[in-house]
Design a protein around this ligand. Structure first.
Ligand code: GCV
Length: 690
């Protein structure tokens, strides 16, 4: 299927100055060759500049010299040259993945701390060419240098692709990794790897965490040769291939009667299996495991805990240098809705906190950003505040399962920024302000090296990769943010618009506010104030206030004729106790609880006065009317781009915005009507409620 190059779809930037005609790069090294090819392609397509590549190591060494030669032109140096170099000594921070771009007397130098750094430095220069001609000329003239190292060691995508080609929570077509239970490796696979490398993603899990049926066999001889090919291809772009694993494989593949992690037979099975897999796929990064969660097998069946389960796999994989990424999405999904004391939000902390310090060094706990499940607004998972002796990874969802399923525009980087910026008040080692989630998952606070960020991917085989063209901003944004958590949501959005659609001011002026307001708009017309859910069961699209109210999943709003919300204070489920002070007190007290999370933490009467001076019920009405109107306005504003975008792109986005505007009205009317009927309190502005 034909597909776009997304943000690597280079178009000529008119005012670009790229005064180079020669590229010195040691193309005998495969990764340097790839970086060189990328730069040549971008220079040609963006700046119409032909870069002749000379693979002359002696000349590179001579020109660059051993010392810093900024301002001192060596005799005979070519001023129109770009040099690619790997030299950690030139970087202020020794980091294989770090890079430095600067003008030296001999020409423009891209220096990587290692091969990864060189690749990222090359893509950074390309991005600057695409999006920031002024910065480019400053770099070229020696007025500015750029030096970066990634904030997070692991920057990973999790695909929930099934081997039959379907994608769990996929909103952009079918899988491009699998078809008919076979792996697919083609030109698109390479372009996927280029997209990842260009934003700094260095690991990817290609199959669904719900490993069922044929997928269990991915670690058998039938698949290993293709996996080896894929892992090699990915690794040329410095991406480590990971797989999701079935904890019950000893039973399903090994014919054992058990998968008890303390059984010798089970341990032997895994050791043998890891040896076999790594002999065939030496570049494999490791495995991602969903255990004892939503029906998946796990150590609980045998009375074992999650440290015992994870460590058993970790020991088997350790000789090969692999990691076990173990998800903390463990909760009771067979709850009785009548039981108001059991609180799903507590489960992650209750299950994993007692195990702090017990996990092996090559185990990383992967923790969803919130304690529930990727709702439009949740507090930050308290596990980040609690665990101190455990490797942690933050899991976010680029796939918009509960945020409009890539039919609605919802740019999620602002949400992820809030999560990263959340102060945990973790006691150990923190100097003031250095205990945010970003400090923890980057390893800065506790000195871990096995940690980082993961996103559930939002891609598929649709021609634009992400269904909604503008959902690609989440794909792009995740990579950029995971690499550089200091970037703002606005900077990332600007980059994405320019890289994707060129430096057209009108496009930027229209799309930037759309992206930046979209999360808030979506929240307003769906389920504001932290209440979440209210979607249709199973597929999770569309309003259904009671969709999950009398179900077993632990996801309730408890609305009655007096009020709504979940009491998670000490008098309620006690969930607030999982936070450190002062967060605990802030959430406990209805006056200090941030209003956007009011109904997550408190059961509140409809007549409760908010800080805005509105009652809760009036806020619900206003929020839904306002959100739906803003969705309609986005559609109207977007019309101004009719002649500025390729017609098919305009049409695709327009169709989705129209769908969103219509659907927002449905949300508005269903929610407002439900609460009018429930509370009996009329809208003070007298608008139509049914
Ligand atoms: C892959 C939610 C989704 C499931 C998903 C699960 C998870 O419950 O609805 O489809 O399963 O999260 O994160 O494992």
């Amino acid at each position: 299927m034909a597909y776009s190059k997304a943000w690597l779809n280079y178009r000529v930037v008119d005012h670009i100055r790229f005064p180079f005609d020669t590229l010195y790069a040691d193309t005998g090294n495969e990764q340097i060759r790839i970086a060189a090819q990328e730069l040549q392609k971008a220079a040609k397509e963006l700046a119409k500049a032909k870069l002749n590549c000379i693979s002359d190591l002696a000349e590179i060494k001579r020109a660059l010299g051993k010392s810093d030669d900024v301002g001192a032109a060596p005799k005979g140096a070519c001023r129109g040259a770009v040099y690619m170099e790997i030299n950690p000594d030139r970087l202020s921070l020794a980091d294989e993945e770090g890079y430095l771009i600067r003008r030296q007397a001999c020409g423009l130098v891209i220096c990587g701390g290692g091969e990864g750094g060189l690749l990222y430095g090359t893509f950074a220069l390309i991005r600057i060419m695409q999006t920031d001609p002024q910065l480019l000329s400053k770099i070229c003239s020696g007025k500015q240098t750029v030096e970066k190292s990634p904030a997070n060691p692991l920057r990973m995508l999790n695909h929930w692709d099934n081997t039959d080609g379907s994608i769990e929570r996929g909103y952009a077509g079918k899988s491009f990794f699998f078809a008919d239970h076979e792996l697919v490796i083609d030109e698109r696979t390479r372009d996927y790897a280029r997209l990842l490398a260009s934003v700094g993603i260095n690991a990817t899990v290609i199959n669904n965490v719900n490993v069922r049926g044929a997928a269990t066999e991915l670690i058998t001889a039938r698949y290993l040769p293709q996996l080896a090919k894929l892992a090699k291809l990915f690794y040329t772009y410095r991406i480590k291939l990971y797989l999701s694993l079935n904890f019950a494989a000893p039973i399903e593949l090994g014919g054992l009667a058990t998968c008890d992690p303390l059984e010798q037979d089970v341990q032997d099975f895994w050791k043998k299996k890891m040896d076999e897999v790594y002999a065939a796929v030496p570049e494999l990064g490791g495995f991602l495991v969903k255990a004892d969660s939503e029906g998946r097998p796990g150590p609980f069946t045998y009375g074992r805990d999650h440290a015992q389960g994870a460590n058993m796999l970790a020991e088997a994989i350790a000789p090969h240098g692999g990691n076990i990424i173990w998800r903390c999405f463990v909760y009771n999904c067979r709850q009785d809705w009548r039981d108001r004391k059991t609180d799903r939000a507590r489960a992650g902390y209750d299950n994993f906190m007692p195990l702090d310090g017990q996990f092996a060094d090559n185990v990383i706990l992967q923790i969803k950003n919130g304690p529930m499940d990727f709702q439009v607004r949740e507090p930050v998972s308290p596990l980040f505040s609690g665990l101190k002796e455990t490797n942690m990874m933050l899991e976010v969802q680029a796939a918009q399962e509960y945020t409009g399923q890539q039919k609605h525009l919802c740019y999620l980087v602002p949400m992820w920024k809030e999560v990263l910026g959340f102060r945990t008040y973790a006691e150990k080692g923190a100097t003031d302000g250095a205990d945010t989630v970003a400090d923890i998952v980057s390893g800065r606070l506790y000195g871990q090296r096995n940690c980082g960020m993961a996103a559930v991917a939002n891609t598929g085989d649709d021609e634009n990769w992400t269904g909604h063209d503008m959902a690609a901003a989440n794909f792009y944004g995740f990579g950029r943010l995971a690499f550089d958590t200091e970037l703002t949501a606005e900077e990332i959005a600007k980059e994405w618009v320019r890289a994707t659609y060129g430096c057209d001011r009108e496009v930027l002026e229209c799309m930037l506010p759309m992206l930046l307001s979209s999360w808030e708009i979506y929240e307003k017309y769906t389920s504001p104030l932290g209440i979440g859910w209210m979607v249709n069961p199973s597929h999770h699209y569309g309003p259904n206030v009671d969709g999950y109210e009398y179900d077993r999943w632990g996801t309730y709003h408890y609305s009655d004729c007096h009020g709504m919300g979940v009491d998670r204070t000490m008098a309620g489920t006690g969930y607030v106790a999982q936070y450190n002070e002062p967060n605990r007190g802030m959430y406990e007290n209805i006056e200090s609880c941030p209003e956007e999370l009011l109904l997550f933490f408190h059961h509140v009467p409809y007549t409760h006065m908010l800080k805005t001076g509105k009652t809760l019920i009036q806020h619900i009405y206003d929020s839904h009317f306002e959100g739906a109107m803003q969705a309609q306005n986005m559609l109207l504003n977007f019309d101004s781009l009719k002649h500025r975008l390729p017609p098919e792109v305009f049409e695709r986005i327009h169709t989705r915005l129209k769908m969103q505007a219509d659907h927002a009205k449905e949300w508005r009317d269903r929610i407002n009507t439900y609460y009018y009927r429930m509370s009996g309190i009329a809208d003070e502005k007298g608008r139509t409620i049914y």
